[in-house]
Design a protein around this ligand. Structure first.
Ligand code: ATP
Ligand code: MG
Length: 285
């Protein structure tokens, strides 16, 4: 395997009147082609800021330094226009709240077609056909009808699937999924996880996956990075990090999460109404 993305010495600071306030310091990782990296850490540990920095999505209010070499180019020093061309086509992000990624005033089909036309340089009719196929590939029934609906007419899970369908249609080299299932119910989480596994198995797309769900993480990633207060505390093959964490913080985080999952499973075992959630956990674990 060869490296698709190599991040080194990544520092991010918030520019404030009193001077820069560090948010992320010294982050580094390598993502192999066709590989999957999981980033875990407690809330506020810098997972999203790291990914947004790599994608050039942080605004003027942030100072970003270091290197993020993607297919031979340093993303951190690319001009905004070149970065815009890469984002979507080569690097795509799946967000936690898909609704915020869509224009509420425009049917999802038109939005998908516009994105596809921009990146694939194709006509409107061809783009709509690709959009229909993309939804069908996500097991969405009656895709032609779904394309005519506005974002608010679709459930969160359905919108997330539309988002993933669009992402896959663009066949990016890298997908960054930042807590893509957090806002969804457990059955929909399971469906979305299946789609992420499909992305993984296609071997065409590399994945950076951010989640608080260790079970989901274990299903998907081959390498893991643990962050704490903006800094990396552990990095290595996922199985080693999850089974034999070396740093105190990674051990604490993983043991706490495992204990939480065990307690939830015991609780769900006593509550027949939680069968669906148990099913999801069982598959994910
Ligand atoms: N737009 C922003 N302006 C100022 N500070 C920010 C901004 N976005 C993030 N931060 C700060 O940067 C740090 C890292 O935040 P980040 O969103 O990366 O955490 P996270 O690990 O993704 O957490 P979560 O699991 O809750 O999503 C936090 O201290 C957060 O308050
Ligand atoms: Mg986050």
């Amino acid at each position: 395997m060869s490296a698709l993305l190599t991040v080194s010495g990544l520092d991010v600071a918030l520019r404030t009147r009193k001077g820069p306030r560090p948010l992320v310091t010294g982050v580094g990782f390598t993502l192999e082609r066709g590989g999957a990296l999981g980033i875990l850490g407690e809330s506020g540990s810098g997972k999203s800021v790291t990914c947004r920095a790599v994608m050039g999505l942080l605004g003027e209010g942030f100072a970003v330094s270091g290197r993020a070499e993607f297919q031979g180019r340093d993303l951190l020093s690319l001009p905004p226009k070149a970065m815009r061309a890469l984002c979507g086509k080569e690097i795509a992000m799946i967000m936690q709240h898909p609704l915020t990624s869509f224009d509420p005033l425009c049917p999802v089909g038109d939005q998908m077609a516009e994105t596809l036309r921009f990146h694939l340089e194709t006509g409107r009719e061809a783009a709509l056909e690709i959009a229909r196929d993309a939804l069908a590939a996500m097991h969405i029934k009656d895709p032609g009808h779904i394309l005519t609906l506005y974002p608010h007419q679709l459930s969160g899970g359905m919108l997330q699937r539309v988002m993933i369908g669009l992402t896959l249609a663009l066949q990016p080299a890298l997908v960054i999924a930042d807590e893509p299932t957090t806002a969804l119910d457990s059955l929909t989480q399971f469906e979305i996880m299946k789609e992420l596994v499909r992305i993984r198995e296609s071997g065409r797309t590399s994945l950076i996956f951010i989640s608080h769900d260790l079970g989901a993480m274990r299903m998907l990633v081959d390498t893991a990075l643990v962050m704490h207060q903006g800094a990396p505390v552990e990095y290595g093959p996922a199985e080693a990090v999850f089974s034999r964490p070396q740093s105190d913080h990674a051990r604490y985080l993983i043991e706490t999460r495992n204990a939480l999952t065990r307690r939830f499973m015991e609780y769900a075992g006593r509550r027949p109404g939680l069968d669906a959630a148990r099913g999801c956990c069982r598959v994910a674990g």
